[in-house]
Design a protein around this ligand. Structure first.
Ligand SMILES: *Cc1c(COP(=O)(O)O)cnc(C)c1O
Length: 453
């Protein structure tokens, strides 16, 4: 639909004025909500409005600003963020140090020339080489988790010359055609089949299943390039594998000459109580995928980190795999500040401690409401609560939203909700979450006659 350009200049100017204002009048707020709902209905996707209606008491709740462990909607209602952007906000929302690094860099140079040596890429890669376990050394920077997995898949093919991959059921690795091949969920894959050939999915947490597949693939002459797994499955509903799972996978990969790719897009940067989840079992992958919280909750940036041998072909031809925006200076500035803050504020350790506290409290609630809560599990501040059915999960997510707590309970899998607050969340806020959950569960428990087991 084309409009008079004069109108469009005026409208975009109005948007810019709204963006620049720290306070809005009542009239402006109403206008914004109207514009947003209309924009979603006509130009984004009306499906999101239906989705919001199903999980929220007020579907026109438009988010407006954030800070620390909370965000605020346009009407001024504050939410404790236990969804954490599915694990973006490890250092909290708009951490001042990350914000400053981004602003400082913006004042000097936003994007890179694409030709000269850009300093921040080197700074960040040096830090990453030191902070990641074992001999992980070289980093390729990208814009998202999907791209970090995509690069991981390509690097594994490039290095091994092999074409088969083993992934796991309930895995989530992204939705581009390559990464989607590793992802397991049928609803996301089916409309796009066939994906890239050579992917085999085996049950998660079962090392024997991986061994059988490695053996079968070798037997038929389709040797496996890499095994890709999440150390704790996130989208799958916070699934924690047996303790010896990763060590066994490491051993099996070595035995069969396959690479081990760990997708720590969600578990990385302190989420599970260590900087990287693989450190719980002292396993060093050949390729490590990072994103989400990597950009300090302010900029989108991911990384594919690998051991030196994996880089051989890329050294011969550094243009074999590239991205225009990946590793740009503003994003690197955010990631550098993020690492600084995680270490300086000892956030992996705080995540471990808060996780123990929250899990303890949540288990008490599980005992108090046995007709509603089936199981509570977690590692650090990556916590899942499983209900007896989807409806119960929905009601709990909805009740928490009404009480100012945002959790991850989605249309696709409402049976388990995820709690992934900023690692900086205070004890007081944790107690508030528990109290509001207690009230919500009491309410849902009453209805559970019709909904429960
Ligand atoms: C979110 C996620 C991805 C995809 O990351 P995007 O930034 O959304 O592309 C990949 N792997 C895991 C484990 C994730 O949690």
């Amino acid at each position: 639909m084309s409009e008079n350009y004069g109108d469009l200049i005026a409208r975009s100017q109005r948007y810019l004025e709204i963006i620049s204002q720290s306070e809005l009048t009542q009239e402006e707020k109403e206008w914004v909500v109207k514009e947003v709902v209309e924009g979603f209905r006509e130009n984004v996707n009306p499906g999101f409005l239906e989705y919001r209606k199903s999980v929220s008491t007020d579907y026109t709740s438009v988010e407006w600003k954030d800070s620390g462990s909370t965000f605020t909607d346009i009407w001024g209602k504050e939410f404790i963020d236990c969804l954490g952007g599915y694990g973006i906000y490890n250092v909290g929302h708009r951490h001042p140090k990350v914000l400053k690094a981004v602003m400082d860099q913006l004042q000097r140079q936003a994007l890179h020339s694409q030709e000269l040596l850009d300093p921040l890429r080197a700074f960040l890669a040096k830090l990453l080489g030191s902070i990641t376990p074992g001999d992980l050394q070289y980093a390729f920077f990208v814009n998202s988790g999907t791209e970090s997995v995509e690069a991981g898949i390509k690097f594994a093919k490039m290095y091994t010359g092999r074409r088969s991959f083993i992934s796991t059921t309930r895995a989530f690795h992204g939705k581009s055609l390559g990464s989607l091949s590793a992802t397991a969920k049928g609803v996301f894959r089916k409309p796009f089949l066939p994906l890239i050939p050579g992917f085999h999915h085996v049950p998660y947490g079962n090392a024997e299943a991986v061994e059988m597949m490695l053996e079968s693939c070798a037997f038929v002459g389709e040797d496996v390039a890499a095994v890709i797994v999440e150390p704790v499955q996130g989208e799958g509903g916070v699934i924690i594998p047996p303790e010896d799972y990763l060590p066994k996978l490491r051993e099996l990969c070595d035995k069969y000459g396959a690479l081990l790719i760990l997708d720590e897009v969600q578990t990385g940067m302190g989420r599970t109580g260590k900087m990287f989840a693989c450190e719980h079992s002292n396993v060093v992958p050949d390729i490590l995928c990072l994103a989400k919280a990597f950009g300090g909750g302010i900029m989108p940036i991911g990384a594919t980190v690998a051991r030196k041998p994996m880089w051989e072909k890329l050294v011969e031809n550094p243009f074999l795999h590239t991205t225009t925006f990946g590793g740009n200076p503003v994003c690197c500035a955010a990631a550098i500040a993020n690492i600084n803050v995680l270490l300086e504020e000892n956030l992996p350790q705080r995540s471990a401690e808060s996780g123990v506290y929250m899990l303890g409290k949540l288990r008490e609630l599980a005992e108090k409401y046995p007709a509603v809560v089936q199981e509570v599990r977690g590692k650090g501040l990556m916590i899942g609560i499983e209900f007896f059915n989807d409806e119960l999960g929905y009601e709990v997510a909805k009740g928490l939203f009404a009480r100012g707590v945002l959790v991850a309970g989605t249309l696709i899998n409402a049976k388990s909700i995820r709690i992934e607050p900023p690692l900086t969340i205070s004890r007081e806020q944790q107690d508030q979450v528990i109290e509001r959950l207690d009230n919500t569960l009491a309410e849902v428990d009453k209805m559970a006659g019709g909904l429960g087991k």
